[in-house]
Design a protein around this ligand. Sequence first.
Ligand code: FE2
Length: 670
Amino acid sequence: MVNYKVTVSTGYLAGATTLNNVFIKLVGTDGESERKWLMGIKGASSFMKGMVSCFTVCCPVSIGKLILIELSKQRLPLFPEDNWFPAKVEVQSPEGHTYNFPIYRWIADSEVHRFREGTALRVCDDSHHLGRYSRQQELSQREKDYCWNVYKEGIPHCMKAESPLSLPCEVRFSFTKTTEFIFTAATGLTELQIKGLSSCKKKWNSIDAINRVFCNKRTNISDYVQKHWKEDAFFGYQYLNGVNPILIRRCKALPDNFPVTDDMVFLRGKCSLANEMKKGNIFLCDYKQLDGVKTNTINGKKQYLMAPLVLLHKTPDDELMPIAIQLKQTPAEDNPIFLPTDTEYDWLTAKIFVRSADFNEHQLNVHLLRTHLLAEVFVVSLLRNVPMVHPLYKLLVSHTRYTLQINYLARASLISKTGVFTQFAASGGEGMITLLKRSLSSMTYTSLCIPDDIAERGLEHVPNFYYRDDGLKLWDIIHRFVQGVLSFYHKNDAEVQQNSELQKWISDIFEYGSLSQACTGIPQSFTTVAEMVKFVTMVIFTCSGQHSAVNTGQYDYGGWMPNTPLTLQLPPPTTKGTTSETTMLQTLPDINTTVKGMSTLWLLSKQSSDFVALGQYPEDHFSEKIPLKLIRDFQGELEVFSAVINVRNKSLDVPYTYMDPKVLENSVAI
Ligand code: FE2
């Protein structure tokens, strides 16, 4: 007889314990063990949360190289069936070899579940027929568990689910995340001490009244925003380091529909637009996507959403100052170009219309579509097409955590018929779908890859652009890591072309994410190692750094409502000289709209206590030396990068922390 020493680790998660009987079968190249009941000296406590328990499985002769294990559990007569979360199984063979089996899945039934040994295998490496069989079985089950669904025509497809509980267990929120999320959502208004205001349909009668609500929940940055929101330099700064840093671009020629003249923006003879454009000092933010988007009706009143054009100038002291704003796309007598030299309230009102347009553009295009919905496509395609033993699965699975459930919740409680966004944002309702469709049509692969995006927007030399500085460094660090891991498993381009599961992953992303629009530049297949590495880098960057950059600061910049009104309820002035503090207050959203917006932004900016920072991999999916070393190197680089950000931030009035690896999450989880 020969003995196999089996060590079973149960995960350290709430509810991970099983009191059921657990069985294992070892399957090797030369045979298999009996199905063995794992009865150890610890008895019923062997599979408690966090427990590591050892057992011996005897076989008459060696069963050769281990390929997989089969795990199952059975309830005792008087005990209920319970859910078990095994983390991993380690097997020491009589030959002295150690095999690792990563699991990290819930086992809720009494079926047999197969798990592969940890060495990553592409389909062409999977030489044993039992390995290939279990690979096919796994994928055909996953195709049943993860189905595509059309939420609305013209936007990326999503995961089919009737409720959060209908999602497969392994992609659901943990108990900790669920309770915290429900608690924060339920207590948001109470926490902000504004509960009584959520049904008040009145207008604000003073800025001070807004402050009395806002002062209950502040962050250092939201305090700064409240002090500086009217300032031009801060208005410009937000295009670089606020929650929407992806709209601004260098302006080399004025668009035909924005007839700004030198006389409007510069003191006679001082500068010229042509010269400043040549020097790279003029920038444009064009909200043309919002043009003609149907607006909401809130509290029985029609709402207004503009499609502004904003011209900015980089001054000699490195500030980015707005110099002209036109609120509608078509130049006309009743569509004046507002200037900083106009009256205080004309200029401030113009800026408020821009900030409100930015809220709608940011939430739907920048945040929802380009991070949440894309991440969901990456995840569903991965889970349908790539088995656990594949190196791509091992590399990406930690970057998929909670994405399917958070997106389900966003569809159910933010953009559904009764959702907060639908009810209280200017573009809520029909306009939202128009805007999402337009956003997808204009999305390019270039704009998803930050080095290409910055070059394409001509922003390489803009000073004080921390989103770019941190984003580019982060991209490089992720790229080095991905290159290391994926080129370890793909030695040349031919190996990439032949990796059928990888190719199916990208072709589904092209089909269900970009809706087969080749003009987006999103690849339909990979022909080289470099293309694959770049795309996977983009996936990890989008799910971690980019999502954090556009998500984490939502309350910081939007908590003080006048800086980011979710809707406006008067049309913009059609002539100059008609605005006042009173018209501004009448234009801002009602009290209930404001506080609903505040509590939602608070919820969406709040970090969960079971948050996992970028580069932390609590699950050991890899077991080979080289990828394990690459993970350690990646973590080391992220740590140094975090320290560099911290030192830089000490000298800034407004620290830029959204791309600090210590505070950004591995996946789109909020
Ligand atoms: Fe988010």
